[in-house]
Write a protein that binds this ligand. Structure first.
Ligand code: NAX
Length: 324
């Protein structure tokens, strides 16, 4: 029998955790034939709620779910972990300065990175969902010097999926007709959804829409979709975020020809080396590869650079704070 894959989820009692755990346990994260064990990491006050979720997981009698562990100790949660979904984070509260936000998250992602470094399995793959996701991933990575740097990634797949859906609705085509969508940069309002390489029925998407729509509707709608969801739902995206996390890890493990993910830059497309920035990526043999050779025109260059500049500023800020 196949050894179960250990999947650790932080912030397991939160709303994304609730939308995520059942899908992992049902086989959607890794494949319908891959048994899993779940490790739920929470802060002490939320352990009881995580226990309640675990009771419900039990009650699903998922054939692939071989065990559940619940803990408030990162050293336990990441021990032997093969996949880590870092969802729990410190949200920005009203009046909070960026420095305070980064510092609070440094206090979470630094120790978690170290625990991953010291205890995770050799094939550990890390996806950071908790915001500011790219910089939280960088902090965790910098505390895990023994883990290959490229195993630390951040989620822009929700942005990618939002872009597919917006474009599909505009062109009245199913999302399956859309190829080569790309999100560049930071998972923030500066992100750049790029239609200049996206193909629909063999044509470039940017040529199928007018420039005003692309610039004044499409880009801001995708970038600000999270805020629109909060406005409508009274709570932030949860099921769609969990869905995107599933997509990211599934594709990382099982392969894909083209999607978007925030991965450590190797200097491609002028993105400074080491920044965890979103790129067009393929996954081959279990590794992300940045898709090379795309021509970047002035319109795209300006927007990619602006988002990358924000990532550089965040990196500089966490350096100043001594968090990396
Ligand atoms: P919730 O507030 O519902 O849940 C967060 C959970 O994390 C809580 O149960 C909390 O107790 C736990 N937690 C806090 N610190 C922890 C620690 N040190 N160790 C373990 N657990 C800890 O938030 P939720 O809606 O689930 O969102 C989680 C994160 O995802 C937020 O940071 C949010 O901003 C981020 N998002 C990222 C997205 C992306 O595309 N990258 C989109 C969705 C979402 O907004």
């Amino acid at each position: 029998a196949q050894t179960p894959v250990k999947v650790t989820v932080t912030g397991a009692a939160g709303q994304i955790g609730y939308a995520l755990l059942f899908r992992i346990a049902s086989g959607q994260l890794l494949g319908a034939d891959v048994p899993v064990t779940l490790s739920l990491l929470e802060i002490p006050q939320a352990v009881k709620a995580a226990e309640g979720t675990a009771m419900e997981l039990d009650d699903c009698a998922f054939p692939l779910l071989r065990g559940i562990e619940i803990t408030d100790d990162p050293n336990v949660a990441f021990n032997g972990a093969n996949v880590a979904l870092l969802v729990g984070a410190m949200p920005r509260k009203a009046g909070m300065e960026r420095g305070d936000l980064l510092e609070a998250n440094g206090g979470i992602f630094g120790p978690q990175g170290k625990a991953i470094n010291d205890h995770a399995a050799d094939d550990i793959r890390v996806l950071v969902v908790g915001n500011p996701a790219n910089t939280n991933a960088l902090i965790a990575q910098q505390h895990a010097p023994d883990v290959p740097a490229e195993r630390f990634t951040a989620m822009t797949r929700l942005d990618h999926n939002r872009a597919l859906s917006q474009l599909g609705a505009k062109l009245q085509v199913p999302v399956t007709e859309i190829k080569k969508m790309t999100i560049w940069g930071n998972h923030s309002a500066t992100q750049y959804p790029d239609l200049f390489h996206t193909e629909v029925g063999g044509k470039i998407a940017a040529e199928l829409v007018d420039e005003a729509w692309l610039r004044d509707t499409f880009i801001p709608t995708v970038a600000k979709r999270g805020a629109a969801i909060i406005e409508a739902r009274g709570a932030s995206s949860a099921a769609s975020a969990a869905n995107a996390a599933i997509d990211h890890v599934y594709d990382w493990v099982n392969g894909t020809e083209w999607t978007s993910a925030a991965i450590p830059s190797d200097g491609s497309y002028g993105v400074p080396e080491g920044l965890i920035s979103s790129f067009p990526v393929a996954s081959r043999n279990g590794k992300w590869e940045i898709i090379q050779g795309l021509e970047i025109d002035a319109f795209s260059r300006e927007r990619i650079d602006a988002s990358v500049r924000e990532l550089e500023e965040e990196r500089e800020a966490v350096r100043q704070l001594g968090l990396i």
